[in-house]
Design a protein around this ligand. Structure first.
Ligand code: PEP
Ligand code: MN
Length: 335
C-alpha cells in the first residue's frame, strides 16, 4: 500500500516533490479526484508520517508508510530459484515440491527423489537439520544428510529446498540448497533470518504457528533487508482448537497474501494436517485457489520413517497427487 500525499489546492506539486527529494523520498505527482496528489515510493518508510504531514503544501497523508517496502517492491513478481532459474510466484505456473520430512539415508533420499521427479516435482524437499519437539527424537543426519539430498536432487534433475535451523548451519546449507527453508519455529529467529538473508539465496519462509500475517510479512522483510533476493511464503497451518488435526490450514490467509498483495505463496498441507488422508484434497484446494504451489512429504516406506511418518504420502499417493495436479511426468510428456 503506497503512501499518498493529498496536496492543498494552492500547493505547487513540483515544489512539494523537491522538498520530498530533500528527504530522500521519491514521489510521483498524479491527479486524484480531490486535486493533486503525490504517490510515494517504498523508501517512504524511513520518514516518520508526521514529517510528511508537516511539509508545506501537504493537506493530508492518506496511507501510512508500509513497514515492509522491500517486500512491496517485489509484489506481483516470481522468485527465481536455482541455476535453472525456476520461477515460483505470480506469473509462473504452480510448482509441486516433494520429498521426505528428514534425510535418513542415501538410499531413502534417492528413492524419494525418484518419486518426486516422477510426480512432476520441480524441487526435492527434505531436512538434514530437524526441529523436533522432543530432545530425544531423531533430529537429522546433519552434513551427511545435506550431501545425500544434493546428490539425489542432481541425479533426478530437481532443485533442492532444505532447512537452516541455526546460524551455525547456514553456510553448509547455503552450499547445497537452491532455496533455504526457514521453519515455522524459526520464523522470528531474527539473527537466523539475517544470516540466511546474507547468503544471497532465495528463501522459503514458513509461517510461525501463532504468527499473524503482518508478522509473517515482516519476517520476510528481515530476510530481504539482509540481502535475500526473494522470499516464497509457505502456509503450513496455524494453531487451532481441534486436536484431530495437527494445525489449522489457513487457506484464506494464504490467498489474501497471494491474490490481494501479489506475494509468492505455496501451501504445505502435510504439516497443516498431520495425517495423510486429507493432504491430497488440501493440496488440490491450494492449487485451485491460485497459490504458487504445494510442498508435500513423501516416503517410500512411511511406516519406518524416522520423523513425520503418519503424514508421509506413499509412492502411489504421491503419484496420484501428481496426476490430479497435472504435473506427473507422463502427463508432461503427452502435451
Ligand atoms: C518441515 O518442513 O519438515 C518442518 C519441520 O516444517 P515446519 O517448520 O512447518 O513445522
Ligand atoms: Mn516434517
Amino acid at each position: 500500500m503506497p503512501t499518498v500525499l493529498q496536496l492543498r489546492p494552492e500547493a505547487d506539486p513540483a515544489a512539494v516533490n523537491a522538498a520530498l527529494q530533500g528527504l530522500g523520498v521519491h514521489g510521483e505527482v498524479a491527479r486524484g479526484a480531490g486535486g493533486a496528489v503525490i504517490v510515494l515510493g517504498p523508501v517512504s518508510c524511513v520518514v516518520a508520517p508526521g514529517v510528511l504531514a508537516d511539509l508545506p503544501g501537504v493537506a493530508a497523508v492518506l496511507a501510512g508508510p508500509s513497514p515492509h517496502p522491500r517486500l512491496d517492491a517485489l509484489a506481483w513478481r516470481a522468485v527465481r530459484v536455482g541455476p535453472g532459474d525456476l520461477a515460483i510466484g505470480p506469473g509462473a505456473p504452480p510448482v509441486l515440491i516433494a520429498g521426505p520430512c528428514a534425510a535418513e539415508s542415501r538410499a531413502q533420499v534417492d528413492a524419494a527423489a525418484a518419486l518426486a521427479a516422477a510426480a512432476g516435482a520441480k524441487l526435492l524437499r527434505g531436512g538434514a537439520y530437524k526441529p523436533r519437539t522432543s530432545p530425544y527424537a531423531f533430529d537429522g543426519a546433519g552434513p551427511d544428510g545435506l550431501g545425500w539430498l544434493r546428490d539425489a536432487a542432481d541425479r533426478h534433475g530437481l532443485g533442492l529446498v532444505t532447512e537452516a535451523l541455526s546460524e551455525a548451519d547456514v553456510e553448509r546449507v547455503a552450499a547445497v540448497a537452491d532455496l533455504i527453508q526457514i521453519g515455522s519455529r524459526q520464523m522470528q529467529a531474527f539473527a537466523l533470518l539475517r544470516a540466511v538473508g546474507r547468503t544471497g539465496r532465495p528463501v522459503l519462509l514458513k509461517r510461525g504457528r501463532a504468527a499473524t500475517l503482518a508478522e509473517w510479512r515482516l519476517a520476510a522483510e528481515h530476510l530481504l533487508a539482509a540481502g535475500a533476493p526473494g522470499v516464497v511464503f509457505c502456509e503450513r497451518g496455524i494453531a487451532g482448537a481441534d486436536p484431530e488435526l495437527r494445525n489449522t490450514f489457513d487457506l484464506a490467509g494464504a490467498v489474501l497474501l497471494r491474490c490481494s498483495m501479489g506475494l509468492p505463496v505455496i501451501a504445505d498441507p502435510s504439516h497443516a494436517a498431520g495425517r495423510r488422508d486429507v493432504i491430497a484434497p488440501l493440496a488440490r484446494a491450494a492449487w485451485a485457489a491460485g497459490l504458487d504451489g504445494v510442498v508435500v512429504e513423501a516416503h517410500a516406506d512411511a511406516r519406518h520413517a524416522l520423523s513425520d511418518g503418519v503424514q508421509a504420502l506413499s509412492p502411489a499417493e504421491l503419484a496420484a497427487l501428481g496426476r490430479a495436479l497435472g504435473t506427473a511426468r507422463a502427463q508432461e510428456e503427452e502435451r
